[in-house]
Design a protein around this ligand. Structure first.
Ligand SMILES: [Zn+2]
Length: 281
């Protein structure tokens, strides 16, 4: 079972209206203002999964600043999950600074969302340690949902979209307060795995998984082997960040640095267990 735990899709109309979105949304402009930054629909993700031999993928959205854009994107991803039963694991995106976020979350849950993300609180202007964030964590724990957070490394080179997610320290504090809430810390958790060597942090982060999204652009060729050494292969999820990177090449890179049993866990076994927790909504 091969599962890509981190891909992004847009509604077809959003792909066509790219220039309008650049004008209305500063974070979108930062990440997609360059015409070379690819945008894809769910159909293109499924076609890429077929090419790469991937069974299922988490399809997440983009953290738009306007509710109408979030809703359109969520509807597209949730409809695709029904169309491609079992292959698309749909995540909906939320903006907790919007008074409508609870309604948008409930609409997405009713339509089958399995999680929320990729969450970028600082881009959208909400506090990842604020009251709404705690409410979201409680909701996720109650419903068996997974929260996918954009976590970036606080050091090193900069790139479009690097900042604006949640910091490793904020995520550690939030996860410590919500140990029943399942969370994915994207992009190797921005370095948070190093601190899992502290016993109290290891214990508090027992429901946090770390994905490999964009790793080939950030870290060296042994980074995932070191990550599994720190947190265990049962806490690491292969994520490509497609269409940013090719899942096929990313998988080859992972397999080259891991033992076969570890590779099997990272490339899908761990995600399969994580997403098999289905509760009636
Ligand atoms: Zn991200």
């Amino acid at each position: 079972m091969i599962i890509d735990a981190h891909t992004h899709a847009f509604h077809p109309a959003q792909v066509r209206r790219r220039n309008d979105l650049c004008a209305s949304d500063a974070t979108f402009r930062e990440m997609y203002g360059d015409p070379g930054a690819k945008m894809v629909t769910t159909d293109e993700i499924v076609a890429e999964m077929d090419r790469a031999g991937i069974d299922a993928a988490v399809v997440a959205g983009f953290a738009f600043g306007r509710d109408c854009d979030l809703r359109a994107q969520n509807v597209h991803i949730l409809e695709a999950a029904q169309e491609h039963e079992g292959r698309v694991i749909p995540f909906a995106t939320l903006d907790l600074s919007s008074p409508a976020w609870r309604d948008i979350a409930m609409e997405a849950l009713a339509a089958g969302a399995r999680g929320f993300g990729e969450l970028r609180p600082h881009n959208q202007g909400w506090d990842p340690l604020g009251q709404e964030a705690h409410e979201l964590c409680n909701l996720a724990a109650e419903r068996g949902l997974v929260l996918l957070w954009h976590v970036s490394e606080p050091v090193g080179h900069t790139y479009p979209g690097k900042h604006g997610g949640i910091t490793p320290a904020e995520l550690c504090e939030l996860a410590t307060a919500h140990q029943e809430t399942k969370m994915i810390a994207a992009h190797l958790g921005g370095g948070l795995p190093f601190y899992v060597q502290m016993p109290e942090v290891r214990s508090a982060l027992r429901n946090v998984w770390f994905d490999t999204a964009a790793a080939p652009l950030l870290y060296d060729d042994e980074s995932i082997a070191r990550l599994t050494g720190l947190v265990g292969a049962n806490r690491v999820l292969f994520g490509s960040d497609f269409p940013l990177l090719s899942p096929k090449r990313h998988l080859e890179r992972l397999r080259a640095q891991l033992e076969s049993d570890e590779a099997a866990a990272v490339c899908g076994g761990t995600a399969h267990i994580l997403f098999s927790d289905r509760r009636p909504s």
